[in-house]
Design a protein around this ligand. Sequence first.
Ligand SMILES: *Cc1c(COP(=O)(O)O)cnc(C)c1O
Length: 494
Amino acid sequence: MSFIETRGNDGVNPSEVEFSDAILNPSASFGGLWVPKNIPTIDEDFIVNHLDKSYKELAFDILKLFDLDIDDETINQALNLYDRFDDPTNPSPVVKIKDDLFVNEQYHGPTRAFKDMALQPFGSILSSLAKKRDEKYLILAATSGDTGPAALNTFKNKDGIKVVCLYPNGGTSDVQRLQMVTEDGKNLKVIGINGNFDDAQNALKTLLSSQKFKDELEKDGIKLSAANSVNFGRIIFQIVYHFQSYLELLRQNEIKLSQEIYIDVPSGNFGNVLGAFYAQKMGLPIKKLLVSSNINNILTQWLTTGKYDIRDKELILTSSPAMDILKSSNIERVIYHLFGSSRTKELMLSLNQNKYFEHTKEELELLKEYFSATFSDDSYGLKTIKKFVDEGYLMDPHTATCIKGYEELRDDKTIKTVIYSTAQWTKFSPTVLNAINENNTKYKDKEALKLISDKLNIDIPQQISELFAKDILHNDIIDIENLEDKIISFLQGK
Ligand SMILES: *Cc1c(COP(=O)(O)O)cnc(C)c1O
């Protein structure tokens, strides 16, 4: 399968590449992204045939549909990383919490957030490719708190790969920060920047498209790649678990074959729900994709008014920080698949230059056939966490945003909904404790973890509890203008 560019070709980049090139060099012409040229489709037999298959087998078969230039052994080796999850046969279990409401728990991997679902196998494929080609790579990751730990975990001590991870100083939870700054592995560098996640992501995009920076790296024989969901190598693994949601509802006798479901995803950079968009395009019976976000409600504005307008918007820090974002990268892929490359280029350049674009009425109508969107604020999140804890289900603040989507966006109340739990409560324990205790005391993560664990009689996973005893290995907090120099000196071993 070939991959092509969302903004068309500039005559310098190759206009079509294979999967391996798209993931090793994720930046496409005019600052665009790589997308599959054709989206494969499935029939009902595909669903039936996977009812008694494992998650790994499902993932293998979906990857095969995309006809990637990756050999079976490399794919299997990557999928074996699901062995690091709580239950290797079922890395993202689907749990019933109401008659018509289910949770796909995506946080059972090593860093307790959904990013592991894709980054574990993606890291393995990327490092196998680098090794086979005998090439050295610098992987850049900008994180709002969950991508960073997951990327560091997957690439740690991999030959030929170095990782620089940027996080917004003060923008993550203690646990998230500790997961990064205590990570050893001589090929890793973690840098706090003075700025927010959008600043970190912009800095990353600037470096990825800077010829000067690439030339500088080239002197040391190093190529540049990215671990954010701008990289299609992550998106492909994020298609699989939406199929798993559907299969699980069938297995649990909650739906009949070909019956539709709602998929309700807490969204920021739009990579998770993009996976569901591809699943739907491939033929999975999804009634609608419900996009839930926080008070930084840019996605709701986009999908309800057809305008993407960040001219007067300031990023607001919330208790669901992984969704604190104004420039959502993966909407570009949706726009491409629905409206083509010249329109995508036009809209994206307008967003870059004017911080604004607007769809036509017809375009908006088409978007609305796929997506509905809503948002909620922190106080809604706290109340929701409390309500569900009282009913016996503990969720994190990101997951809680989906309840708003479930309550507001279903046109057909007979259809069942799967929401996505993207992080374990342990990553955001102070907020969760505020919800449970209905107060606004400023707890430390360590204290909140213990209080919740005692109160609800649940375990703290070792991956989290051990963090507090580890040494801090990465102390850099810098201004963005010093980033390039900092990275170069890390690469030169200074
Ligand atoms: C990354 C993340 C999200 C947002 O996912 P996108 O794919 O960027 O939309 C939501 N919740 C958590 C906990 C995350 O880590």
